[in-house]
Ligand binder design. Structure first.
Ligand SMILES: O=P(O)(O)OC[C@H]1O[C@H](OP(=O)(O)OP(=O)(O)O)[C@H](O)[C@@H]1O
Ligand code: HPA
Ligand SMILES: [Mg+2]
Length: 178
């Protein structure tokens, strides 16, 4: 990994601690409700998995896949649904689980679609928030770390589909990014 890591931004320990805190907060906030977590594939896979295990209440899970980045570090601005939810979210208490809010285009598009399906409530939980690059007005209800304007990978986040499995979040060396 020395060949590709410029700098570790968030260590495995820091992620674990933050996920534990978010799990406690969400468990408290949803203790009297049936909550449905929607994982935004593929980036949120690690966060969804660890966060759901940090919950002290039972939750339901569903998955949605959208894509706007492709093999690039820049959002195309066009968000495509690649896989939709399996079930209706009408009257459900929904929390959308994301790995990162960057420009905000992906989530603002997704939230509009989900809001139209009339959930009882709809909140956003993101591990990373990069407000410097926001082009649309969207804010998370739950957020792990606010980060500066770096392209980051690891813990679900990819560059050209690689590094999602690395258990920490790092800034890659510039020569591996085209
Ligand atoms: O706020 P934005 O600028 O829209 O960027 C954030 C989104 O981009 C990434 O997904 P991507 O489309 O690369 O798909 P992936 O999760 O499969 O990597 C990331 O996982 C977020 O979903
Ligand atoms: O910083 C990032 N890293 C990886 N994928 C991303 N998608 C949006 N922002 C990022
Ligand atoms: Mg990506």
């Amino acid at each position: 990994m020395e060949k590709v890591v410029e700098r570790i931004l968030i260590s495995e320990e820091e992620i674990n601690q933050k996920v534990k805190e978010l799990g406690e907060k969400l468990s408290h906030d949803y203790k009297d409700k049936d909550v449905l977590f929607i994982c935004v594939l593929k980036g949120a896979i690690m966060f969804m998995s660890d966060l759901s295990k940090a919950m002290s209440i039972p939750i339901e899970m569903d998955f949605m896949a959208v894509s706007s980045y492709g093999a690039s570090t820049k959002s195309s601005g066009i968000v495509k649904i690649i896989k939709d939810l399996d079930a209706s979210i009408e009257d459900r208490h929904v929390v959308v689980i994301e790995d990162i809010i960057d420009t905000g285009l992906t989530l603002s598009y997704l939230i509009k679609i989900l809001q139209n399906r009339k959930p009882a409530s709809l909140k956003i939980c993101t591990l990373l928030d990069k407000p410097a690059r926001r082009t649309v007005d969207i804010k998370p209800d739950y957020s792990g770390f606010v980060i500066e304007d770096h392209f980051v990978v690891g813990y679900g986040l990819d560059y050209d589909e690689k590094y999602r499995n690395i258990p920490y979040i790092f800034i890659p060396k510039s020569d591996i990014i085209k």
